[in-house]
Each structure stands twice: as C-alpha cells, then as structure tokens.
Design a protein. Structure first.
Length: 150
C-alpha cells in the first residue's frame, strides 16, 4: 500500500517583469514575497524562485539528515547546511539548474573522527531519502560536501 500526501501553496503575481509576487501556504501561516532576480532582468526583491528552490533543497536535506543521524545515534549538537545552485542557459531557450551543491556541517559531541564512517553513511542515506533530491535526480547534478567539527 502506498501512502500519498498532497501539499499546496498559492501564488499571486502583480505587474510585469518588474512586478512582485507572493506565495502563501495552505494554512496561511507562511507568506513569502518574491520577485524576478536581477540576473534575469527583474528588479530583485526579498527572494526569487531560484532561492526558494535552493531553500527547499536545503531544508529537506537537513530534516532528512537529522532524522537519519538520530536513528544512527550520532551525537549531533547542531547541523547546518549551505546550498549553492548553478543555473545555465539552455540551448532550447530559457535557463535551468545544472548543479545543486549542499554543504552540510555537523557539530558533534566528542571526537568526530570516531564517527567518520557513520557520518559518510548518514550523508548518503539522507541524499537517497530526501524528497527534493529524489525529485531532481537525473536532471541536476546533486553534490554533497560535508564538514564535521567537535
């Protein structure tokens, strides 16, 4: 038996290329204004779809990594992650993400060297289980570069 979930957000846009939009989640607890990035001829603004995509990739990976690390009983104090996206023009027109690089950083209790193999396994498992990384697999180069600190 497969479980299916449905998530919804609502978007609204006002104006042309210099306009502004807003994304609202179904519960209306999150309102995120957005605009077109200056790199694409827009006026910039509070955020843009490219940053929202990277935010989704980063947050999904962090949640998945935290879950995996907890199940593996890794002594994690904090997890942080930097997400970097590379966008290129496409020969058929428009742009697309070519790469997403996630740089998770572990802060552990005790000697991190004692957990090298477990950390490497947690990093791989989180990438395999993260909804966003699975959604773009095969279309975007996805790279994970972890760092660890005691």
């Amino acid at each position: 038996m497969h479980t299916k979930y449905i998530f919804r957000v609502y978007g609204r846009w006002h104006g042309g290329i210099d306009g502004q939009g807003e994304i609202v989640n179904e519960e209306q607890t999150v309102r995120t204004p957005f605009g077109i990035a200056e790199e694409f001829g827009g006026t910039g603004g509070p955020t843009n779809p490219e940053e929202l995509f990277l935010s989704a990739a980063c947050s999904c990976y962090l949640i998945t990594l935290a879950y995996v690390a907890e199940k593996m009983r890794l002594p994690v104090k904090t997890l942080e992650c930097e997400a970097e996206g590379r966008v290129s023009s496409h020969e058929e027109g428009g742009f697309h993400f070519t790469e997403v690089i996630l740089k998770p950083h572990f802060e552990l209790e005790g000697d991190p060297k004692a957990h090298d193999m477990a950390i490497a396994r947690a990093v791989r498992l989180a990438e395999q289980r993260c909804i966003i990384s699975r959604a773009v697999k095969g279309t975007v180069k996805y790279e994970i570069k972890p760092t660890v600190k005691a």
